[in-house]
Design a protein. Structure first.
Lengths: 116, 117
């Protein structure tokens, strides 16, 4: 697609519910990132994929958070047993290269999660 | 630890005037990349400008330019001829490597810029 697409844009979940957030990166982009942005703060890194391989998940806040990218394209971020502190915007981003050289990272519009 | 500091939580500027947003960072790397992103209320992160650390020349994109001081680890953004559409949150970000296979962005806390008519 033309840009990074995320769905749903808005999600209200009751505490304890499981949620799944989808990301469709720019076609052909090797790298895919998930970030969490709490209100009034900068985005915080959650996890990184190169193709289907999850190479870094050091930012996932707990074992309730799980991300996958089984075919190296679409990715899903799953949050189990949601809690109020999970309320945030979840940003997905992608970039073309998988190497250590600097490349422009493109962001989606985010999925706004509110846990009530 | 790699950190990015934006010391101005909020800034205001009159339409058509110039404003500078500050950013400092801390790293032991020699080759890296710095970015400014704009985030309007829609939350879409929009790339404004990018700077490679190995380039001495400051990056420029139309009304947006940076003052990159590598020794001081400073990376400020200057917006000239400010427009109402420039009103947004601005994030400074630093790209760090993830081992051999990728990189990630580390963001500052952001600066809210309000352009007044």
């Amino acid at each position: 697609g033309a840009g990074v697409s995320q769905s749903p844009r808005y999600k209200v979940a009751k505490r304890g519910q499981d949620v799944a957030l989808r990301c469709d990166p720019i076609s052909g982009h090797v790298s895919l990132f998930w970030y969490q942005q709490a209100l009034g703060q900068g985005p915080e890194f959650l996890t990184y994929f190169q193709n289907e391989a999850q190479l870094d998940k050091s930012g996932l806040p707990s074992d309730r958070f799980f991300a996958e990218r089984p075919e190296g394209s679409v990715s899903t971020l799953k949050i189990q047993r949601t809690q109020q502190e999970d309320s945030a915007v979840y940003l997905c981003a992608s970039s073309q290269a998988g190497g250590p050289e600097g490349n422009t990272i493109y962001f989606g519009e985010g999925s706004w999660l509110t846990v009530v | 630890a790699q950190t990015v500091t934006q010391s101005q939580p909020e800034m205001s500027v009159q339409e058509a005037e110039t404003v500078t947003l500050s950013c400092t960072y801390d790293t032991s790397e020699n080759n890296y990349y710095l970015f400014w992103y704009k985030q309007p209320p829609s939350r879409q992160m929009i790339l404004v400008i990018r700077q490679e650390a190995y380039k001495q020349q400051n990056a420029t994109e139309n009304r947006f330019s940076v003052n990159f001081q590598k020794a001081a680890k400073s990376f400020s953004l200057k917006i000239s001829d400010s427009q109402l559409g420039d009103t947004a949150m601005y994030f400074c970000a630093f790209m760090i490597p993830l081992g051999e296979y990728g990189n990630k962005l580390v963001f500052g806390a952001g600066t809210i810029l309000r352009v007044k008519s």
